[in-house]
Design a binder for this molecule. Structure first.
Ligand code: B12
Length: 289
């Protein structure tokens, strides 16, 4: 069977319906669940087969919670998740975020995570391109600034709510401080860095947008973070931001705190300072390094 035809194999069907593969076999043998048998004797399930089964057997499918299955359209999403078709999922997420459909976006994020996709991959391959796509539409004048705000805040809420289904390890790696410099209103990337650090076992102090430098000396001395992650997307008042950055690096140098930087704003800042370990470009690097 051609791979571009939307279908599921027995393992995927079992995951979707929340049962084991032998149950799938039993149900197909008894005719309870329809399928197509390939020339090689394998079972293939079309979305219609699963949808029909779900409709007829509401009780048995109470455990069908791995992926969202309210409607037949959700099976299409399940299929894209199973096949790791990120470009198609990005388009759906962008569209649903712009339509204000929170639940649709949430289902995709939760579905990917429950489908064993690493969180950094969801951030690098789904959330980041969806945000870039929304930014492009705004830049081209195809959506208004208020639409851009609503869609990006919806995405921000969705990634925060996704944390509700993630089991975090006990903090064992010390403390990490996440901050944005003054004049910085973008903090979505920083929020994702926060989540990944928690997943790595750090206790995170999250300063967010426009974290003031005043009081930083005391904070570093008392909380003693091992790492500081600084995010910069847009640099306004460059000289002031550079001074602020230099001051944080100086204080970090005194306390032996390692600084990591990320975001397009660092194209405009001189970040080569002794305390800076490196500039990070992807969420995978945040998770691995
Ligand atoms: C959402 C958004 C906003 C929201 C932010 C809400 C929030 N809570 O974050 C709001 C509405 C507040 C906003 C405001 C503005 N925005 Co804006 N915004 C965006 C948008 C659509 C998404 C930003 C985002 O989160 N991207 C997703 C992140 C994950 O991607 P990334 O930034 O490329 O980061 C990658 C790496 O650099 C790395 N990374 C990034 N940060 C960090 C940090 C660490 C520690 C690490 C390890 C890694 C890392 O991870 C990412 C993965 O590859 C972008 C479009 C775009 N192309 O990004 C515009 C965009 C960034 N904004 C833009 C502009 C111009 C503005 C405003 C000046 C608009 C205005 N005139 O008011 C203001 C700026 C305010 C300010 N002083 O900061 C421009 C910037 C152009 C430029 N380079 O100067 C963009 C590119 C839109 C565009 N196409 O023109 N914005």
């Amino acid at each position: 069977m051609k791979t571009d035809i939307q279908s599921f194999n027995s393992i995927e069907a079992a995951k979707i319906l929340g049962v084991n593969v032998s149950t799938i076999k039993r149900w197909t043998d008894s005719g309870k669940l329809e399928c197509i048998k390939t020339a090689g004797g394998h079972r293939k399930f079309l979305p219609e087969h699963l949808a029909k089964f779900l409709e007829r057997n509401k009780k048995q499918t109470s455990r069908a919670s791995l992926f969202p299955l309210d409607k037949k359209a959700d099976l299409h999403i399940s299929h894209l998740i199973m096949k790791s078709d990120y470009p198609a999922l990005v388009k759906i997420v962008r569209k649903e975020a712009l339509r204000g459909k929170h639940s649709a976006v949430q289902k995709i994020l939760n579905g990917l995570y429950l489908g064993q996709h690493p969180l950094y991959q969801i951030y690098d391959r789904l959330v980041t391109p969806a945000l870039h796509g929304i930014g492009e539409l705004w830049e081209k004048g195809r959506i208004s600034v208020v639409e851009e705000h609503l869609a990006t805040q919806l995405l921000r809420d969705s990634i925060v709510r996704l944390q509700g289904i993630i089991r975090l390890p006990a903090p064992q790696n010390g403390i990490a401080l996440c901050l944005g410099l003054s004049s910085e209103l973008h903090d979505l990337a920083l929020k994702m860095v926060h989540h990944l650090l928690e997943l790595r076992g750090y206790r995170v102090l999250y300063g967010g947008q426009q974290t003031p430098v005043i009081g930083m000396e005391k904070l570093l001395a008392t909380a003693r973070p091992e790492r500081i992650y600084i995010s910069s997307t847009v640099v306004e008042f460059g000289m002031m931001v550079q001074r602020e950055f230099d001051e944080i690096c100086r204080l970090a140098g005194e306390t032996g705190t390692h600084v990591f930087v990320g975001g397009p704003g660092f194209d405009q800042l001189d970040y080569q300072r002794p305390a800076v370990v490196k500039r990070l470009y992807t969420f995978e690097e945040v998770f691995q390094g």
